[in-house]
Design a protein around this ligand. Sequence first.
Ligand code: PMV
Length: 352
Amino acid sequence: SEINNATFQYSAPSNIALVKYWGKKENQIPANPSISFTLNNCKTITKLSVENKKSIINNSLENKISFDLFFEGKPKESFNPKIEKFLERILVYCPFLNDYHLTIHTENTFPHSSGIASSASGMAALAMNIMNLEKELSPSISDDYFYSKASFLARLGSGSACRSIKGEVVIWGNHKEVSNSSDLFGVEFSNIHSNFKNYQDTILLVDKGEKQVSSTVGHNLMHNHPYAEKRFEQAHENLSKIKDILSTGNISEFIKIVESEALTLHAMMMTSMPYFILMKPNTLEIINRIWKFRNETQIPVCFTLDAGANVHILYPENVKEEVLHFIKNELVDYCQNEQYICDQIGNGAKSI
Ligand code: PMV
């Protein structure tokens, strides 16, 4: 079928990895499998309007990806190269894109330059819109195809974005114990114990500056990294363990894997050549205070980190009050402008 004009709108959330993806091969193939919690409040909202080029009078756009991008209502030149590269990369899988001029309006629910990467939520939201166009053109495609391909496309924009499409917990990357796992797209992991229901993630904004090291550079530093092979093996083992932990509800074991994964991610950065440190003094202060609080109260709160200085504090919903009290009393002083974001597990992208 053919359509001339259409508009779609999707939100897609950010996600936080429990077992980290760090290192990739050609074509955004991960060097090891990873697993993440999908977030609920930190998201990108993207509207895609398409106009068939045939209907554009004086069409000078033939056979070339053409789009306009607006961020928070204004043209955003600096985003164009990344989007152009993405659209060109997915064109072989979505040849119909050549027939349309695309107008993309995008915004985030979290403050920009907060140090929260918007690439996962942004690429996931765009991929969902593009799949919706495909569905308009080919209404018979199955739900399974729709979501797998959305994740596949999102991966080509930003690896971790493939974990922001569908499901509360998502696994990306081949793993021997997960029969439907794939290096090409994320799959939902659904056997989750009620202890993890509405699991909380409070994100402490320690450093809102631009990343010192892009994740592309970081992933590439795992090539010829002295500890790479051992690390990739460990990620497989940790994924085996955390799957069982999520199913049995063993929070104390969960804490061990999650914190170890965060520190290992940063250890890989510290031991690459060139080496770098993305934690800030306040990151360490916060970690130490979390450990002290946990020891003293036995409240099962733990931290994880992305490729940056911000700290994600993970804890069960039933201790929310105590933990938020602790954060307000002891941790906000270590945040830039006392800023933090309260989030929790969510279940993926949504049509708006
Ligand atoms: O999706 P990328 O290429 O920005 O990589 C993200 C890597 C980490 O956030 C550090 C870990 C992860 O698995 O999300």
